[in-house]
Design a protein around this ligand. Sequence first.
Ligand SMILES: [Zn+2]
Length: 450
Amino acid sequence: MTSSLPTPADLSTHIGRGLSDLRDLVALQSVSAQGRMLPETAAFVTRLLEAEGFTVRSYPGEVAPVLVAEAGEGPATLLIYNHYDVQPEDPAELWESPPFTLTERDGRLYGRGASDDKGEFAARLAAVRAVRERHGGRLPLRVRWLIEGEEEVGSPSLERFVAEHAQELRADGCWWEFGSIDPDGRPVLSLGLKGVMCVELRCRVAASDLHSSLGAVIDNPLYRLARAVASLRDDGGRVTIPGFHDDVREPSAADLAALARIPGDGQAVRETYGVTRPLATGPAYHGRLNLAPVVNVNGWGGGYGGEGSKTVLPAHGFVKLDFRLVPGQDPARVLGLLRAHLDAQGLTDVELVELEAHQKPARVEAGHPFVRACVAAAREAHGAEPVVQPSSGGSGPMYPFQALGVACVAAGIGNVGGRVHAPNENIVRDHFEKGVVFGVALLEGLSRGE
Ligand SMILES: [Zn+2]
């Protein structure tokens, strides 16, 4: 099997073509937050796919077309999920080369979308081309490809779209839109994403601000909010809302075994950001990052925060929170528990406002056959033992796919210095090349039923 896997040198034509596609894709300024060039980019992606024998259907989304492409035939069906939209380039002056011109420097390729997510798409398409060539112009498995243009604005159409197009999207597994390669060259595979729920707590005690002398006789909204926030977790970071942990799904033995094999304990993160108050180090680090639900205080508002003092009793205040949830937890139920917890402490006047659509958590078991196929392909393509994370610490729209019964695995070509969403976004050229080899290994392995 290993002998049949091509090297980057064998695939140089396909890699060159993939990089040329990436250059064209980066040049299309598909910024979904600003509605820029979305139909044009969808049309370009459609042409790329049609040239490889895909039938492409375009559906209207809230902001941009959703594309579903299909090609090939065989015993296995692979679903691929990517997005063609990007984050705004701002602040443009911090880019060292033009954001929409793919530029190579010191083995890295810079440009908006180079990593998130156009580089991933281009590497996968190059792999599809290579597999077609190896099989006389046909794909030996069915590939279904969902490519949306609204991911960077929270995928507003996706949950409903996936549910409504269940038949078109059924597959043995879904190759998720991102993934990374660690500084030691090990591919990092994630088997899940945490859910996320963003809320705001608001408190108002008067129609307008008052003299702070009246604090003797009138309650303070920032104190009320501080009391609410302090009741949400303990000093170790464990959420203390009654019932919050009741539904948390226990990790499987395979999940725990994968967790135990993740190298390091977050030292690089602590050094990069100059962290002074870590909540977990050592073996607890990856356990917490992968499996623990979390509440975060994102920011406070109200009263006077300027220079010097101002003796004011603010009329109102707010605090923004996000909850990262894990499989078993349901955002709607957590919201109810939070309300009941505030009420039980007499904080009935603290208003609870949902800020945006929640995302439910999703995670596939480490022992799933599709996970094993991805791990085997990554091992073969990178010549290194993959790092398998039971879950990313981050969130994304994975749950709708899981609800269809499709196992999702994130495997891709990002890197820790990839500056995704920031100026000077980049990929490592070598990672792109290995990504193409990984794609060939995965498609070939699945088509052989491995
Ligand atoms: Zn992104």
